[in-house]
Write a protein that binds this ligand. Structure first.
Ligand SMILES: C[S@@+](CC[C@H](N)C(=O)[O-])C[C@H]1O[C@@H](n2cnc3c(N)ncnc32)[C@H](O)[C@@H]1O
Length: 244
């Protein structure tokens, strides 16, 4: 197959000027969009399946066709690798057609991550590794709040802990992601350009074959003290955080 993909094109040049204000706002307000009932029911089923599998967890958020989830499961046979994506169409490309698919140490779930991350945190999941591979960049400046690091769900994603790795093909997204991590704990992350030997995901393959520059930002989320304060404030009897 011939891959030809254009690099991200954006009118934005550098870190978005509103990002810092948004990050500050997200430390001040709990995110209160209700989790859908269907997600809650599905998560209850996931939890029931997990009771039978007592393995440390790797999460592949926005796994697309699940190429990366399958490769990670092969690489880490002593972990359960959980791939989550909201797109039935993408998951079906690899033959996964149920909302929950389990195969060996690979568990695939069709769910919106905005619900999934909050449910996982509510059920006290703590991850060993968390991969966020090539999230939608939302390159228009007006789309800032759709980027994960600028979304109010971001602190909940971070609360799942583990070693987080985000990969993307847009330098500004990578810089913003690092800025958001550093907002919670200065110096907690490393950002670098990297070169692919063997693609981990379909988008990584597509971008590599198209000659794009690739970036990865990694952080150990065990060390985010400010995040612990945020979740302390979220306790039910604490009026410190305003609802968003
Ligand atoms: C650019 S694709 C990358 C897919 C895969 N990680 C890869 O590298 O090949 C982004 C993926 O994120 C998924 N996604 C975006 N927003 C999501 C959300 N709110 N909940 C679940 N999945 C989401 C999309 O369905 C899509 O499969």
């Amino acid at each position: 197959m011939l891959y030809r993909s254009r690099p991200v094109d954006s009118k934005q040049n550098g870190i978005h000027p509103n990002l810092e204000t948004l990050l500050h706002r997200h430390t001040q307000k709990a995110y209160r969009r209700p989790v859908s009932e269907s997600s809650r029911n599905l998560f209850t089923e996931v939890e029931a399946r997990l009771r039978e599998i007592k393995l440390p967890l790797i999460l592949d958020s926005g796994c697309g066709t699940a190429m990366s989830t399958i490769i990670l499961a092969e690489k880490h046979p002593r972990h359960l690798v959980v791939g989550v994506d909201k797109s039935a169409h993408r998951l079906a490309k690899s033959g996964f057609d149920a909302d929950i698919n389990i195969n060996g140490n690979c568990l695939l779930i069709r769910m919106n991550l905005i619900d999934f991350w909050r449910l996982a945190l509510e059920h006290k999941w703590q991850l060993a590794y968390h991969y966020l591979l090539y999230p939608n960049p939302w390159p228009k400046p007006a789309q800032l709040t759709r980027r994960w690091h600028a979304h109010p769900v971001f602190p909940y994603l971070l609360g799942l802990g583990g070693l987080l790795e985000m990969r993307c093909n847009w330098r500004d997204y990578a810089d913003e992601f690092q800025m958001a991590l550093n907002y919670w704990q200065p110096g907690c992350s490393v950002l670098e350009e990297f070169y692919v030997k063997q693609a981990l995901s379909l988008f990584e393959k597509k971008y590599t074959c198209s000659g794009h520059q690739l970036f990865r930002c990694r952080a150990d989320l065990a060390k985010l003290d400010k995040l612990n304060q945020f979740f302390g404030l979220l306790q039910p009897n604490n009026p410190g955080l305003l609802a968003e």
